[in-house]
Design a binder for this molecule. Structure first.
Ligand SMILES: [Zn+2]
Ligand SMILES: [Zn+2]
Length: 123
C-alpha cells in the first residue's frame, strides 16, 4: 500500500492541496517541492485507497480545493497502476466508486464492504 502526503498552505487565500507520493521530492504536478513545505502548512497522510476515493469524488481533505493539475496527475498515477478487484467474485474494477456500486448491486453488500476490500489493496 502506498502512502501520500497532502499539503496545503492554509494561511493563504485560495489555497490548494498538493499531493506528494511518500518518498518523492516533488508533488505530482511538480510545482511544489518537499523543501517548500512549511511546518505551518496543513498536512495529511492518506493511503492510496483513501486518496483515490477523495479524488474521484472530488472531495478535498479540508480547507481549499485540489490543485487541479496535481489532482489529474495523481489520478493518472493511481488508476494507471491500480486495479481494484472484487474479493467476492474476483472481477477487476478500475476505481473504488465502481467497486462500491459493484458490491452493492451485484452482491447486495453495504458500501463499507467495498471500502474494506479497497483498504486491503483490492487486487
Ligand atoms: Zn502539485
Ligand atoms: Zn463481485
Amino acid at each position: 500500500m502506498k502512502k501520500f502526503l497532502l499539503v496545503t498552505n492554509s494561511g493563504q487565500k485560495g489555497c490548494r492541496w498538493h499531493i506528494f507520493q511518500q518518498g518523492d521530492e516533488e508533488c505530482l504536478c511538480k510545482k511544489y517541492s518537499a523543501g517548500q513545505v512549511d511546518a505551518k502548512d496543513s498536512q495529511k497522510t492518506v493511503t492510496d485507497g483513501e486518496l483515490t476515493e477523495l479524488l474521484w469524488e472530488d472531495q478535498s481533505p479540508g480547507l481549499g480545493s485540489w490543485a487541479e493539475t496535481c489532482r489529474e496527475k495523481t489520478l493518472e498515477r493511481l488508476t494507471g497502476e491500480k486495479q481494484f478487484s472484487c474479493s467476492i467474485c474476483g472481477q477487476p474494477i478500475s476505481n473504488i466508486s465502481g467497486l462500491k456500486i459493484h458490491v452493492s448491486r451485484t452482491h447486495g453488500k453495504p458500501m463499507e464492504a467495498a471500502e474494506e476490500m479497497a483498504a486491503k489493496g483490492g487486487a
